[in-house]
Design a protein around this ligand. Structure first.
Ligand SMILES: CC(C)(COP(=O)(O)OP(=O)(O)OC[C@H]1O[C@@H](n2cnc3c(N)ncnc32)[C@H](O)[C@@H]1OP(=O)(O)O)[C@@H](O)C(=O)NCCC(=O)NCCS
Length: 290
């Protein structure tokens, strides 16, 4: 099999999106997880992500092809001195034949010279193996899901306000303090796509994003108490419905306390890998934009 690894191009976006879908559907099936249906909204989000990386991180955006067909994709971002892997997928028809390794190696060239790097791994043993072999430290994670028991919402909550386009410089300042690098253009996309919440008072500052379907996208705050207030606010939105909180590791006991108090179920998830530092405490990263 002759594999070519080259830069992602605009014309690849449709095929790259399909590889992403096939790879994760196969991953979910192999773990007995429910397979996420590909709705028009999901397609839009996948396309938007590929387009965003092509625009802002062309040097971190790669595809692998065989006979001219896209069979793998890697997307990585670089913000100040932080590198993050957003996506690594290989079509199930050619997995376990070295394509993922080649894509990751290409993508890591974009990390040359950075201080810190993050990868949110799936549970695929091939992915975990390569990330650990690339010098990243593994930190186990859980995720939480279920319906929030509204009787357990804290009686008095810290003042959290809706955020928006005017809060992006503030949010970047939080990011620099929390993880050493701003999100820059990622905030524009996140604030456009998701609900944003902000805390900015004498006790601390932070922000969160949540999806309208109840998934908490990201939390970043100066301290655990502020992160706790933001996570409760995300969980308290809308009266009914399922909530999901991803990417909780052992440094984030504040988040474990919140999801347990809210009545959500805990389940093992893929680990987070960091290189150059230990995981920030008051920070729940986002799978796509970290
Ligand atoms: C994870 C994934 C990208 C890896 O790509 P791949 O082309 O299948 O993997 P590779 O052939 O490059 O193998 C990667 C490593 O796993 C090892 N490996 C291969 N098959 C394996 C298997 N069945 N079990 C365990 N390890 C295996 C390889 O030996 C290799 O390690 P090495 O380079 O030290 O020898 C791909 O399988 C995939 O798309 N999985 C589903 C989506 C996913 O989970 N993506 C990762 C998101 S973080």
């Amino acid at each position: 099999m002759q594999v070519t690894v080259r830069a992602l191009a605009d014309a690849d976006i449709g095929a790259a999106r399909e590889v992403q879908t096939r790879a994760f559907q196969e991953h979910d099936r192999s773990f007995g997880d429910p397979v996420v249906p590909v709705t028009a909204e999901v397609v839009e989000r996948q396309r938007g992500r590929l387009q965003h990386f092509l625009t802002h991180d062309p040097a971190g955006s790669w595809v692998a092809t065989v006979d001219g067909e896209v069979v793998g994709v890697a997307l990585a971002l670089r913000r100040a001195s932080l590198w993050g892997l957003s996506l690594l997928v290989v079509d199930p028809s050619v997995q376990s034949r070295g394509v993922g390794r080649q894509l990751l190696d290409a993508s890591l060239t974009y990390a040359d010279g950075v201080d810190t790097a993050i990868i949110l791994s799936s549970r695929d043993p091939r992915a975990m193996r390569r990330y650990a072999a690339a010098g990243f430290d593994l930190h186990p994670q859980i995720h939480a899901e279920g319906t929030v028991d509204r009787a357990r919402l804290p009686a008095s909550r810290r003042a959290v306000r809706p955020g928006g386009a005017d809060d992006l410089a503030f949010a970047d300042a939080v990011d620099v303090a929390v993880r050493g690098a701003p999100r820059g253009p990622d905030h524009e996309l996140l604030a456009r796509t998701f609900r944003m919440f902000v805390v900015d008072d004498v006790d601390g500052r932070g922000y969160a994003y949540a999806r309208s379907d109840g998934r908490v996208v990201a939390v970043a705050a100066s301290d655990d108490e502020t992160a706790t207030a933001l996570l409760w606010e995300c969980l308290a939105q809308d009266a009914d419905g399922e909530r999901t909180v991803d990417h909780i590791n052992a440094a984030q006991q504040w988040a474990v306390k919140v999801v347990v108090a809210a009545g959500l179920r805990l389940a093992p998830a893929g680990p987070v890998f960091w290189r150059g530092r230990t995981p920030p405490r008051s920070y729940l990263p986002d799978g796509g934009y970290l």
